[in-house]
Design a protein around this ligand. Structure first.
Ligand code: NDP
Length: 452
């Protein structure tokens, strides 16, 4: 049972308990608060969820695996990193979620990501539970062979905890096609099995078309749906994008295909501002730069004679639409205020939890159309789910078929957000809609299982 006589008391008591049980895990607190603030009012009069203590159970991961990863660098030094897998909830399907390699990976960051993933996967309508994993390994500046040895060492421990019916990891920050290939190769060797245990695989060994594009395309598709619902289109809009990795590249690609003008991209060293707009040819330069040469975004500025803003984020550039596609907490209250002041109409979150709570509050007060990451970037895991289906059926769908399925899934997620987020004044609270829409299916499955 939740403790408290009012919604606010229940929320405060719940968050106090969560913080006490999970000290210093700020990102996890933030992600849970964002969900609990929608769910507690929703279950206030629903004793079935209250009595089964569903929300408290949903904020305690099923298990967290932590392990040592030992590997040898090119100079023969022995290196040690810490690996993790947070298996958050498998109520509606096998655990599913990406692997992140970044120096700031921590238990708190992976717990927030795994928690979010559970709601996101539910929203896709596909049978997938939530998980996330990774290591505090920094792939930047490492040779291919070092990355390979690290991936092999990481998988040597992880492989005993995953499987096509247990837990199916994918990529995330720092884990792209190269890393997934090394990880899959090592799994196959250790398990002596060729199964769909990872998604985001190469096309030659069980990968799916559209998977690379899916997260970015999906974030634009749902923006298109949100704008259409409010009698607007992407065509002719000025667009600001952060990041220049997988999600950012395909967000830009789809946005320009639909007639938008994208004027910024960034990486951790700063952002470029191209007032003429990034076209497909310039985007191909970025893809080559980031996917093959692994260079810095500042090279775009030298190549196309535009301005590079060192160590800055792109939110000061006036825009109609914003797509944060880099990392968590990249939009703070000040950035959100600048976007609002400059007349931004809508925000679709390609990255996970890119907006701090104070920024979300500002977006909502100012009635900007704001769609949170668990809905906006669900296209990636949705196509991962379709990759699992294709692997099980031992067939490959065409690009057109997959794109149509992705398009339909994003539209259904939009409609679910409207169904649960429509307010009395006719506006849509997409955050509330996504949280409740993702919660119900997982909660009902948990109720059906009894106390486990
Ligand atoms: P990539 O590693 O391909 O790209 C990440 C991009 O974000 C790079 O441009 C990177 O710059 C930048 N970045 C990372 N950390 C920071 C930081 N602390 N400050 C500023 N810039 C930073 O990752 P993805 O594109 O795959 O992931 C981006 C976001 O999207 C993440 O939040 C991820 O969880 C989320 N996401 C990804 C999905 C996928 O399918 N890949 C699915 C759903 C969500 P630099 O190279 O300089 O570090």
């Amino acid at each position: 049972m939740m403790i408290g006589n009012t919604v606010q008391e229940q929320l405060d008591n719940f968050m106090d308990g969560l913080k006490r049980r999970n000290p210093h895990e700020h990102e996890f607190h933030q992600a849970v608060y964002e969900v609990a603030a929608s769910i507690i009012p929703f279950i206030f009069h629903k004793s079935v969820y209250q009595q089964a203590n569903i929300l408290e159970r949903l904020t305690e991961p099923d298990r967290i695996i932590t392990f040592r990863v030992c590997w040898e660098d090119d100079e023969g030094n022995i290196r040690v990193n810490r690996g993790y897998r947070v298996q958050h909830c498998n109520a509606i399907g096998p655990y599913k979620g990406g692997i992140r390699f970044h120096y700031d990976v921590s238990r708190s960051i992976l717990k927030f990501l795994a928690f979010e993933q559970t709601f996101k996967n539910s929203l896709t309508g596909l049978p997938m539970g939530g998980a996330k994993g990774g290591a505090d390994f920094n792939p930047k500046g490492k040779s291919d062979r070092e990355v390979m040895r690290f991936c092999q060492a990481f998988m040597t421990e992880l492989y005993r905890h995953i499987g096509p019916f247990t837990d199916v990891p994918a990529g995330d920050i720092g884990v792209g096609a190269r890393e997934i290939s090394y990880l899959f190769g090592q799994y196959k060797r250790l398990a002596n099995e060729f199964t769909g245990v990872l998604t985001g695989k190469g096309l030659a060994f069980g990968g799916s078309l559209i998977r690379s594009e899916a997260t970015g395309y999906g974030a634009v598709y749902i923006m298109q749906d949100m704008l259409k619902y409010h009698q607007q289109t992407i065509e002719g809009k000025t667009i600001v994008v952060s990041g220049s990795g997988n999600v950012a590249q395909y967000t830009v690609e789809k946005a320009i295909e639909l007639g938008g003008k994208v004027v910024t991209m960034s990486d951790s060293s700063g952002f470029i501002y191209d007032p003429d707009g990034i076209d497909q040819q310039k985007l191909d330069f970025i893809k080559q730069l980031k996917q093959v040469r692994r260079g810095r975004i500042s090279e775009y500025a030298s190549e196309f004679k535009v301005k590079f803003y060192e160590k800055q984020k792109p939110w000061s550039i006036a825009c109609d639409l914003a797509f944060p596609c880099a990392t968590q907490n990249e939009i703070n209250a000040e950035d959100a205020a600048t976007l609002v002041k400059n007349g931004c109409l809508a925000v679709s979150e390609g990255a996970n939890m890119p907006t701090e709570q104070a920024g979300i509050n500002l977006f909502q007060q100012s009635k900007i159309l704001y769609i949170p990451s668990k809905a906006a970037n669900a296209g990636g895991v949705a196509v991962s789910g379709l990759e699992m289906t294709q692997n099980s059926m031992r067939l490959s769908w065409s690009r057109e078929e997959l794109d149509q399925r992705l398009r339909k899934i994003m539209q259904d997620i939009h409609d679910k957000c409207v169904e649960y987020g429509k307010q009395e004044d006719g506006t849509v609270n997409y955050l509330k809609g996504a949280n409740i829409g993702g919660f119900i299916k997982v909660a009902d499955a948990m109720l059906a299982y009894g106390v486990i």
